[in-house]
Write a protein that binds this ligand. Structure first.
Ligand code: 3PG
Length: 307
């Protein structure tokens, strides 16, 4: 009997686990659940005889991949796969996949949660500002950027995007103005929402040059990855632009310093929670389970990221 291991330090909603189990039961697989594990050792032990694994932001290091002796496929139930050691997967002939788009709406809704909470002064009762009529820049126009654009239309925001990988005409179709450079986007928007992945090219790419371009009272919203920010530059901009704010679902390493030095100019969630909704968990979890069955039964490698 094939074994599928769900290894999630941050558990799925119970309904998502039920949905995954329905898929694996139907395929005649055993499903094992490892939630809130305390150490990589615990995960390695549970992974030893797994044919497939479903994970979230869990760090699938070379050590974990190597410990999973029978592993054939690992699916990141979500978009970003910067947490999977792809070299280790390649070395072992393990197929790695993601489930793009399945949790995008949840992340997009959180962008507005963060912005509203901030412009309404953390709901402390004092007079705030509105989103209507403000310029919102989308840094990358993938699945999440598109959902953000859709919601922003309802708020009456003016929309701009920079994404060198998406045809400008496609962006325009959604009522969003495509821009030719990051610099232009950061230079003209009241809010910039980050939706770039974290990889060798993007790590620390949001630095002094871009941040200093932003208007005095600009707000940077990061529901992507903390690694894409140059934190020294972020602290410098917060210091030099007294109206600048940083809202993040992926709190920076310098969180405590920002909280101490720049009150009222940040919002950080307690734990990364952009995709932490029942709907996102169900969509991404069930998609992951179906992808595993399709791969193990039919060799379907759709959504493979380590080709
Ligand atoms: C993703 O890449 O899909 C999101 O960052 C969600 O991550 P999570 O599954 O850890 O909530």
């Amino acid at each position: 009997m094939k074994k599928v291991l769900i290894a999630t330090e941050k558990p799925f909603a119970p309904a998502a686990v039920d949905g995954i189990k329905e898929v694996t039961d139907k395929a005649g697989y055993e499903l094992v659940l490892l939630e809130k594990y305390g150490s990589a050792e615990e995960w390695k032990k549970a992974a030893a005889d797994a044919d497939a694994m479903i994970i979230r932001s869990d760090k699938a290091t070379a050590e974990v991949i190597e410990a999973a002796k029978k592993l054939k496929v690992i699916v990141r139930a979500g978009a970003g796969y910067d947490n999977i050691d792809l070299d280790a997967c390649n070395k072992k002939g393990v197929v790695a996949m993601n489930t793009p788009g399945q949790n995008s709406n949840a992340v997009a809704e959180l962008v507005f949660g963060l912005m509203l909470y901030h412009v309404r002064k953390n709901f402390n009762g004092s007079s705030g500002t509105e989103l209507r009529g403000k310029k919102l820049g989308l840094h990358a126009y993938g699945n999440i950027g598109r959902f953000v654009a859709k919601i922003a239309g309802g708020f009456g925001m003016e929309l701009f995007a920079f994404d060198p990988f998406v045809d400008g005409k496609e962006i325009e179709k959604d009522g969003v103005k495509p821009l030719g450079s990051e610099k232009e986007l950061y230079g003209m928007c009241d809010f910039v929402s980050l939706h770039i992945p974290s990889n060798d090219k993007t790590k620390k790419s949001i630095g002094r040059e871009l941040l200093m371009e932003m208007p005095e009272k600009a707000v940077l919203v990061n529901t992507a990855r903390k690694e894409v920010i140059d934190e020294d530059a972020l602290l410098e901009v917060l210091e030099q632009k007294p109206g600048f704010s940083y809202l993040a679902d992926v709190a920076p390493e310098c969180r405590e310093e920002i909280e101490k030095r720049f009150p009222g100019r940040y919002v950080f969630t307690a734990k990364k929670m952009g995709a932490q909704t029942a709907e996102a968990n169900i969509n991404a979890g069930i998609a992951a389970a179906n992808q595993i069955v399709n791969f193990l039964e039919k060799g379907d490698t759709s959504f493979q990221v380590n080709k």
